[in-house]
Design a protein around this ligand. Structure first.
Ligand SMILES: Nc1ncnc2c1ncn2[C@@H]1O[C@H](COP(=O)(O)OP(=O)(O)OP(=O)(O)O)[C@@H](O)[C@H]1O
Ligand SMILES: [Mg+2]
Length: 310
């Protein structure tokens, strides 16, 4: 059973980002010419509730990964705030951030690049336990890692093997085992299935869902396309050139999209029925001709459903 708290109980958000901005460039080179500035994340605000999956979608370069990295303080924001369970964690020192690190984890797109090729996968999964002083007893730690392997659908007999001995899906399971080792409350999953075979993608998505049900995890689930998002997410945020142009409950975004860019994204999803697919008309969206002005704001258009207008 999912532990997602319903709106009637007016839950406190687990994670909030408020007016988050991340700008790259702008600094002067030795010859004095300033690099052009790029607003990778531009005035982004949203909240993630405990046990909830918020999908983050948008074209390549729209700022999804940057949002995830800055949210987890892997990079400093240019401005804006990040709150975790109501505490402002923006700009905390490494030392003060440490307890929050346990609670907030990340899973990347390329399961092989995230693994250490010279470390057995068992050691890789036990590393955060050692770093955070959890399970100092070696045999207890081995038991804990074996349990984590079982939880993500891997045989604990594989613990002594190296990453190259695994398939892509199994490697991503290893990454997931490490991410949940410290019982986090929140995981940023940055395109965690994009690099996997289509046949494996659904298995990994199911694993994310099972772990959410069992552990009450909340996810920021970053994806290029919307088809898996519909299956997995409670709410969806659509990003365009660093801004959120629409955010709302999954059903509202799919059934009643308000922003032209959201409509274009939805129209690009292939339909698995040949008759319907032949009648599908992708909607064109010219980003450069339709860039939202900086003054645009998210306006309510339905229950929890907002669209950028101005
Ligand atoms: N470290 C960096 N230095 C300079 N520019 C960067 C840096 N990281 C990202 N960018 C730029 O910021 C913008 C947003 O990048 P980001 O990786 O967040 O997009 P994305 O939505 O995750 O794209 P994709 O779907 O391709 O993963 C891009 O224009 C990118 O080139
Ligand atoms: Mg990305």
């Amino acid at each position: 059973m999912t532990e997602m708290v319903t709106a009637q109980e007016s839950p406190a958000p687990l994670v909030q980002v408020e007016r988050l901005c991340k700008t790259y460039g702008g600094e002067r080179s030795l010859l004095g010419a300033a690099k052009p500035q790029l607003r990778a994340v531009n005035d982004v605000s949203f909240a993630v509730m405990p046990g909830e999956t918020l999908g983050l979608v948008g074209e390549s370069g729209s700022g999804k990964s940057t949002t995830g990295r800055v949210l987890l303080q892997l990079e400093a924001p240019t401005s804006g705030d990040i709150l975790f369970k109501g505490s402002n964690i923006t700009g905390l020192s490494k030392h003060l951030l440490r307890p929050y690190r346990r609670d907030m984890q990340i899973i990347f797109q390329d399961p092989y690049a995230s693994l250490n090729p010279r470390m057995t996968v068992g050691d890789f999964v036990s590393e955060p336990l050692i770093v955070h002083g959890v399970c100092p007893n070696r045999s207890e730690r081995q038991d804990k890692v074996a349990a984590l392997f079982r939880k993500v659908g891997l045989d604990p007999a594989f613990m002594k093997r190296y990453p190259h001995e695994f398939s892509g899906g199994q490697r991503q399971r290893v990454n997931i085992a490490r991410a949940i080792a410290l019982n986090p409350a929140f995981i940023v999953a940055d395109e965690p299935i994009t690099a996997l075979d289509v046949s494996i993608q659904a298995q990994i998505v199911n694993l994310f869902q099972d772990l959410q049900d069992e552990l009450g995890l909340a996810y920021l689930f970053i994806a290029h396309d919307l088809s898996m998002i519909r299956f997995l997410c409670h709410r969806v945020a659509v990003m365009l050139r660093g801004r959120i142009v629409e955010i709302g409950p999954c059903e509202a975004i799919f059934e009643n999209p308000q922003h032209a860019y959201t409509r274009a994204l939805l129209s690009a999803i292939p339909i698995p029925d040949p008759d319907l697919e032949s009648k599908r008309h992708p909607i064109a969206f010219d980003v450069n001709a339709n860039l939202p002005p900086q003054s645009a704001v998210l306006e309510p258009v339905g229950d929890g459903h907002f669209v950028l207008r101005g």
